[in-house]
Design a protein around this ligand. Structure first.
Ligand SMILES: Cc1cc2nc3c(=O)[nH]c(=O)nc-3n(C[C@H](O)[C@H](O)[C@H](O)COP(=O)(O)OP(=O)(O)OC[C@H]3O[C@@H](n4cnc5c(N)ncnc54)[C@H](O)[C@@H]3O)c2cc1C
Length: 389
């Protein structure tokens, strides 16, 4: 067993760290005060991503991406996770489902998305369909050489940074026919209802959209009728790994800030780390980070080894569950160690505290991850999590 990172993996981690510190961290307070990244700064950030060689991080070279392994992507994403306000999303990851597109769809959507010339957002969630996508009410009905889409989508992340939307709809209102459609912006009949405010101030918005007889040419259907969830499964695995990586990076940054503060802050005549109450918090934080990091790189490595997809799916859920909850606990302790200073808006800990909460909700809530893990145990036994093939 070899658990050492290669020279290339270490170089990529260093690049991710430098990009984070030099390009993204200076934008934190701007994004927090403005509510998102100001429009006039976006082109320069996109160019920086290209200049640093981080464009198309999650796709193969033949599809216009960098052709990185999952471990290579993970070492970069972990470093990007250090930044607040979801600024990691400035380093775009074109939706995985696009790799299942036709040659024309790859040419028109995936390749330009890898290069940062286009950007897509993903719309599944609706007022009555969250954890249970079978409740989706958006319909797609075929009319000659077009599809007509009708429905409403919520929480569409990065809508205002995107020029197309991947819409998950039920063909003929049949929940057994979930299907994906590529909708270009602007689309006649599509209305941007609003982009509400959330607990975090994220790099881009989370929009609510209405579709009224929106016409989509037949060749903009992604995959086949009924394949919507299947194509999205790959996305979920990747997104869950990405969330775990970001949660880990956020927890490490918080722990480092708390460790420094505990060393330098003197009360009652000694550094506060000399109080066991504080040092035990630091110890618990270190152990949690150690466990999460070990888990994360094991799953990333297993993806590169192409082990059984179902096992990967089950383990990615466990990973997302553990890392998102771990980061909540670690950041909470870090903030406590900084006392009142940790609670100030100018402290990265205050922002990390707000940012990290959504990781227990999006891409499947903690409860849904527990359902997946429990289902794996039922079907395959505890070995899925206790074994090491
Ligand atoms: C900031 C943000 C960005 C988002 N971005 C996107 C996006 O880009 N695209 C998109 O399509 N969606 C997006 N989402 C939506 C997100 O994926 C959903 O919020 C999430 O899947 C949960 O759905 P829900 O909020 O409707 O909660 P519900 O499904 O209504 O759940 C409510 C509560 O019930 C629990 N629950 C539900 N079912 C069960 C069960 N079977 N067993 C136990 N507990 C259960 C849940 O865990 C939760 O605690 C985003 C959400 C947020 C907050």
């Amino acid at each position: 067993m070899d658990l050492e990172l290669s020279v290339r993996e270490k170089e990529l981690a260093a690049k991710g760290r430098d990009f984070c510190d030099q390009v993204l961290v200076p934008l934190e307070l701007i994004a927090d005060e403005h509510g998102e990244v100001p429009m006039e700064r976006r082109a320069a950030i996109r160019q920086a991503v290209r200049d640093w060689g981080l464009a198309g991080i999650n796709h193969s070279k033949e599809n216009g991406g960098l052709g990185l392994t999952m471990v290579e992507q993970t070492v970069i994403e972990e470093q990007l996770g250090r930044v607040t306000n979801g600024l990691w999303s400035c380093v775009w990851r074109p939706p995985v489902s696009l790799k299942f597109g036709t040659a024309a769809q790859k040419r028109d959507y995936l390749q330009p998305s890898c290069h940062g010339e286009r950007r897509g957002c993903f719309a599944i969630t609706e007022p009555n369909a969250g954890s249970d996508p079978r409740q989706v009410e958006t319909t797609a009905v075929r009319k000659g050489d077009r599809w007509l889409l009708n429905g409403e989508k919520w929480f569409v992340t990065s809508y205002n940074a995107s020029d197309f939307i991947i819409v998950h709809a039920h063909v003929d209102n049949d929940p057994n026919k979930p299907t994906l459609f590529l909708v270009d912006k602007p689309a006649k009949g599509m209305t941007h209802l609003r982009s509400p405010k959330f607990m975090h101030n994220f790099a881009f918005d989370h929009a609510e959209l209405r579709f009224e007889n929106v016409e989509v040419p037949a060749d903009r259907m992604l995959g086949d009728v009924g394949q919507g969830l299947e194509l999205t499964k790959d996305w979920f695995v990747e997104a869950r790994l990405q969330i775990a990586s970001h949660a880990l990076g956020a927890a490490i940054r918080a722990a480092e800030i708390a460790n420094d503060y505990a060393t330098n802050r003197v009360q009652f005549g000694k550094p506060i780390r000399d109080f066991q109450a504080i040092e035990f918090m630091l110890a618990d934080m270190a152990v949690e980070i150690f466990a999460a990091k070990s888990m994360l790189y094991r799953v990333a490595w297993e993806i590169d080894r192409k082990i059984d997809r179902k096992l990967i799916h089950g383990r990615a859920s466990a990973l997302k569950l553990f890392c998102s909850e771990m980061a909540g606990r670690v950041i909470d302790k870090a903030l406590q160690i900084l006392g009142g200073r940790g609670y100030m808006r100018e402290s990265p800990l205050e922002r990390l505290y707000r940012d990290i909460r959504v990781d227990r909700i999006w891409e499947g809530t903690s409860e849904i991850q527990r359902l997946v893990v429990a289902g794996q145990i039922r079907k395959r036994g505890f070995d899925v999590y206790s074994g090491w093939e």
